[in-house]
Design a protein around this ligand. Structure first.
Ligand code: FE2
Length: 485
């Protein structure tokens, strides 16, 4: 492949890069678009409890609500989680690399909790360690006739050119629109979900129904979450501060049910952590935990950013629930407090992209920053900044609260594209310099690519080494990208 590339004349190389730069410049030419598309949608009501999408698996005490997430820092471990309703049977996962031949096993733990008058099933979490990279594993949980079998694919080894396709989903809930998002996502070809908070919306219910709607949501996402990891960020609907029910421990249901590998990144809380996967370093922040100077989250992020090695993982991605840049009337300015604390670090560390949810619409920013603001100068408007991340809001999973259709008018200069429709995004990393990004609106009966662009890596696309390396093995994949557009 390298020989083929080197045999091209130098003018050809220059033309290819000029074309890539021109095409991807669409993400930086200022003058945003407010899409007026209005899709006919289903009512924003939760799917009834007796619908088949919430069906309890057959068999006594059969494992249900099966989901997996990354279990370590580098992608060689998986946490398998599930719920059993009756007596706590052994929490064991049998697994191996051939279907039906489970030569390995791992023991986990099972806990349950109460939420007012609701008593949860036994929530199992089991860590599968020492996995091989880029390998398909088959696993079995449960006993006898009630056992169930699933599979997952481990990511490629950490490396600067390891390709990987992430999906991004937020604010999902459990409506017919949520189901449409899941069904479209299943055809995306993405390999792992970056979930930007607000999972079940169970907190819109009261008493026993809160727990029941966590259970239905677990069964709802199983058809995807049992087969590929979802990396979790917490949203406001996970807080569940409900003093009138005697429930005052924030994130109680969420933390019992959805594990994160926070210890592997030296975090002291499951609510903020980091993982490395393929060529990406993914940092997950908690919008609803203290983050001002000297708090645990602030101190952890300061250290985690030092651990980022763009030579090994060129792509630096941050997840949070509340968007820092949002021009929708819904939740306007709610991200301002985190912006004032962390934006300077994001720019200094050349974060590639920040995904958020919370606002039930889609929006993408240009590369802008507002780090020079201070109260004495009054210089406060975001300005173009090539070192700044692209901010993308994907709070459009389709929950019970409906769409946020009132964008501020006129569209601010920092806003590149915005539309109030349901959907999900994908980020397909091709190599260390380029990734393809798509936002996919849920359209009736088919997936439609709407907002899309080539994302240039903030470290490698501006690094002098890129010029020395570009004549080598990148060119072939770049030619493939051009053909995409
Ligand atoms: Fe939210």
């Amino acid at each position: 492949m390298i020989g083929t590339v080197n045999s091209r004349p130098s003018w050809f190389v220059q033309v290819i890069f000029a074309a890539i730069t021109f095409l991807s410049y669409g993400a930086r030419v200022y003058g945003g678009i407010t899409s007026t598309f209005v899709r006919s949608e289903w009512p924003s009501v939760d799917i009834p409890l007796d619908n088949e999408v919430f069906a309890v698996p057959k068999g006594h005490n059969a494992p249900q609500q099966v989901h997996i997430t990354q279990g370590d820092y580098d992608g060689k471990a998986v946490i398998v989680s599930w719920v059993t309703t009756d007596t706590p049977v052994l929490s064991v996962v049998h697994f191996g690399t051939s279907p039906g031949r489970y030569t390995l096993s791992a023991k986990g733990t099972a806990t349950n909790y109460t939420f007012h008058n609701y008593k949860s099933g036994y929530v199992h979490h089991c860590l599968l360690e020492g996995l091989k990279y880029d390998t398909k594993y088959y696993y079995k949980i449960g006993e006898g006739d009630s056992s169930r079998e699933f599979s997952f694919q481990t990511p490629p080894k950490i490396g600067p050119d390891a390709p990987y396709k992430f999906g991004i989903i937020g604010d999902l809930g459990q409506t017919y629109n949520s189901l449409s998002t899941l069904e479209h996502y299943m055809h995306s070809g993405a390999q792992a979900v970056l979930f930007v908070g607000d999972l079940s919306y169970a907190d819109r219910y009261q008493y026993n129904d809160v727990g029941l709607r966590w259970d239905t949501w677990g069964r709802f996402i199983e058809k995807i979450a049992a087969y590929q990891p979802w990396l979790w960020a917490a949203g406001n609907h996970e807080i569940e501060y409900m003093p009138y029910m005697g429930e005052v421990i924030p994130f109680k249901s969420y933390l019992y049910r959805y594990a994160t590998p926070y210890l592997a990144s030296k975090s002291t809380s499951p609510l903020w952590y980091a993982v490395r996967r393929a060529s990406a370093h993914i940092i997950v922040l908690s919008s609803y935990s203290p983050f001002v100077k000297y708090t645990p989250q602030w101190m952890w992020l300061r250290e985690e950013l030092k651990r980022v090695d763009r030579e090994k993982t060129p792509w630096l991605i941050v997840l949070m629930h509340v968007p820092i840049y949002n021009s929708n009337d819904a939740h306007f300015m709610e991200g301002e407090s985190m912006r004032s604390v962390f934006e300077r670090w994001f720019v200094r560390n050349k974060v590639d992209v920040i995904f958020a949810g919370h606002v039930h619409a889609y929006e993408r920013s240009y590369r802008i920053s507002n780090i020079h603001y201070n109260v004495s100068t009054g210089d406060r408007y975001p300005i173009p900044d090539e070192s700044a991340p692209v901010y993308i809001t994907v709070g459009d999973g389709g929950n019970q609260e409906g769409l946020a259709g009132r964008f501020r008018d006129p569209q601010p200069d920092y806003s590149a594209f915005r539309e109030a429709s349901y959907g999900h995004s994908t980020l397909e990393i091709k190599n260390r310099t380029h990734a393809l990004y798509h936002w996919n609106r849920n359209d009736d009966g088919r997936k439609v690519a709407t907002d899309s662009f080539v994302l240039q890596n903030q470290y490698w696309a501006t690094n002098g080494r890129r010029r020395r390396l570009k004549k080598n093995h990148y060119l072939t994949s770049l030619v493939g990208q051009i053909a995409t557009y």
